[in-house]
Design a protein around this ligand. Sequence first.
Ligand code: MG
Ligand code: MG
Length: 261
Amino acid sequence: MIYYKTREEIELIRESAQIVSKALGMLATEIKPGVTSLYLDQLAESFIRDHGGEPGFLGYNGFPNSLCTSVNEQVVHGIPNDKPLLEGDIISIDCGVKKNGFFGDHAYTFTVGEVAPEVLKLLKVTKESLYLGIEQIVKGNRIGDISFAIQYHTEKKNGYGVVRELVGHGVGKNLHESPELPNYGKRGRGPVIKEGLVLAIEPMINLGTHKVKQLSDGWTIVTQDGRPSAHFEHNVAVVDGKPEILSTFEFIEEALEVVQY
Ligand code: MG
Ligand code: MG
């Protein structure tokens, strides 16, 4: 069942999402060769608690940390560890916050030093697909319209692999709510978008094959061909029939000064 939010509830989701946005902005200046994902996780957990939130992922289905940190061929759900990041890596950081009973959940893929041009292009195109998907989050459209927009830009136009096994979702009192929001699909299919819907839209796009597998840690999803994968996520509410982005990348972009992608 899809739970449509009131304006008041949307504001609470925004508050949680903004803490995530600021946490990611804070991390942006810390990501460099030699830093470990476990260190980033500890910084994020302190930041979230200092802002009156709880880490949304810590303990969720037994997940051990506050961030999902997925490096290079890792798609999502990577567990922070003590391995230093290397020049040329990319790291997708997904973060959740719960405050006042509502979740925020979004993600950004960062570069570590200089990254190969083909990988930078993957990041650029994946981020573009996020915003093309958001344009479709309009009252009266269907979920499939969002899915199609993402798949068309990434797979059809740029030849990338769209992960099938993992999807976006509704978000609110629960981290994962109905409806599912696949990053592939057909226009005009799926649930109709109505006022008060709040979605976590999150393209997960691979440079090579769309096929993925799970590592033996029970969490980490990696590409089958070992090529890199990108992940960007926003929380978006339907307000006055139009998409309103509750999270923001502005803190990241300010921190990075130059937006490469
Ligand atoms: Mg997420
Ligand atoms: Mg999500």
